[in-house]
Design a protein around this ligand. Structure first.
Ligand code: GDP
Ligand code: MG
Length: 440
């Protein structure tokens, strides 16, 4: 992957005490190839390399960095610049008014899923979203939006598949105004390719209901095509921003790097999975460090904080300090790991682990969690809070209760001890307001 390649290039630089101009040039030539292979557009790559080279050669090395690190820093800064430097929020009207958002994009890009994901974001900000089924060409699309809306606890407005999308959008906005909704998200139809009929329909909707925000959803896996699609839509519809989906897949990352530079529109959010919680705000700085393979500690912390109840986290930290961490806490932390998108999702954000996360996950095997749960639930409350009580006869009773072999109970106890040890080494791990970058 791009980040593997860049890491290798930088590894070679790190070993050097002092960098010559030739070193920099050789390294940048490799960076250039890696970016091109990652499907970043040629024009963007050329601009990028030029900018890095100008800064890297003849610049004083900053205090506390060696020359290799300095090049990494410059590459990082320029990656951030390329992606627009700043985080862009979706601009909403005041809560007393209705903001109309139209989702656009090709079929399969992730519009319907992202519509529901966004609804969750707005809901958690205290807004009242209404989702609108404007894709009347595939009956399954309406059902899909309804199912996702229900999961998010958000109302879905639909008029079936017999009405035209412009009328549906109009009726939905009226419905929103008279029922106290303040964010209307229109889930529109896509096609396999950019075509006139699709653009015309979207333009008509946009005019009919005064769309405030036109957001394009593109599939990051399509690489350079995603950038071309963004360009075409922007020319016809004047986009306000882009959401890049499927960044969790085996993407080459090129799309994230070139969209802003090519069509001038910011990336607002990135889709990181199929689950409705897998939508992250786009931070150019974090994306750059992810591309450079340095882990993304800030995102990890944010995720941890969003998912873990702070009081519980503090309580758990206290318990850890006093070594009172028991099996009940273990169960709870397992549930939290699940909420955070699984073990591999957490590990992949930790520096130095990156792509090895999948291997670790395979070893851990989350499907075993249900059995673990059964074992813990077969323990008495006393045993759960004081694992030292677990002698062979108790273990035998527990195994019987959980319907598993005693060896599984032994394995769990061992695993528990290891977890306890590991968690002691990461006191900030469980979040809470005090968790800072430095605590990892
Ligand atoms: P639409 O045709 O544009 O409405 O696309 P859908 O919302 O129906 O999504 C198409 C497929 O992509 C579905 O299977 C989604 O689950 C999947 N999908 C959407 N966003 C993401 C994402 O960020 N990551 C992954 N892995 N899959 C996604
Ligand atoms: Mg759809």
């Amino acid at each position: 992957s791009l980040s593997d390649k860049l890491q290798n290039i930088f590894k070679n630089l790190r070993g050097k005490g002092r960098l010559t101009e030739a070193d920099v040039k050789t390294a940048l030539k490799e960076v250039k190839l890696a970016l091109l292979e990652a499907d970043v557009s040629f024009k963007v790559v050329k601009q990028f390399i030029k900018a890095v080279q100008e800064r890297a050669i003849g610049q004083d090395v900053m205090n506390g960095l060696n020359p290799g690190q300095m090049v990494i820093k410059i590459v990082n800064d320029e990656l951030v610049n390329l992606m627009g430097s700043e985080t862009t929020e979706i601009a909403l009207r005041p809560a007393s008014e209705v903001t109309v958002i139209m989702m656009a994009g090709l079929q399969g890009a992730g519009k319907t899923t992202t519509t529901a994901k966004l609804a969750g974001k707005f809901k958690s900000k205290g807004r009242k979203p209404l989702l609108v089924a404007c894709d009347v060409y595939r009956p399954a699309a309406i059902t899909q939006l309804q199912i996702n809306g229900e999961k998010q606890g958000v109302e879905v407005f639909s008029m079936g598949d017999k009405q035209n999308p412009v009328n549906i959008a109009k009726a939905a906005v009226e419905h929103a105004k008279s029922h106290g909704f303040n964010v209307v998200i229109l889930d529109t139809a896509g096609r396999l390719h950019v075509d006139e009929a699709m653009m015309e329909e979207l333009q008509n909707i946009k005019e009919a209901v005064h769309v405030d925000q036109t957001i394009l959803v593109v599939d990051a896996m399509t690489g350079q095509d995603a950038v071309n699609v963004a360009d075409s839509f922007n020319q016809k519809l004047e986009l306000d921003g882009v959401i890049l989906t499927k960044l969790d897949g085996d993407t080459r990352g090129g799309a994230a790097l070139s969209i802003k530079a090519t069509c001038g529109k910011p990336i607002l959010y990135v889709g990181m999975g199929e689950k409705l919680s897998d939508l992250e705000q786009f931070y150019p700085e974090r994306m750059a460090s992810r591309i450079l393979g340095m882990g993304d500690v800030m995102t990890l912390i944010e995720k941890a904080q969003a998912n873990i109840d702070e009081d519980k986290a503090r309580e758990m930290e206290q318990k850890l300090k006093k070594a009172q961490f028991g099996f009940d806490d273990y169960l709870e932390s397992m549930a939290q790991v699940k909420n955070m998108g699984g073990i591999s999702s957490i590990l992949s954000m930790m520096p130095g682990i990156g792509n090895k996360a999948a291997d670790i996950e395979a070893a851990v095997d989350e499907s075993k969690m249900a059995r673990i749960e059964a074992i813990i639930l077969s323990m008495t409350p006393k045993e759960r809070s004081n694992p030292d009580l677990l002698n062979p006869s108790r273990k035998k009773r527990i195994a019987k209760g959980a319907g598993v072999d005693i060896s599984e109970v032994n394995k769990l106890v061992k695993q528990f001890e290891q977890t306890r040890k590991m968690m002691k080494q990461f006191p900030g791990m469980m979040g809470g307001k005090g968790a800072k970058r430095g605590r990892f």
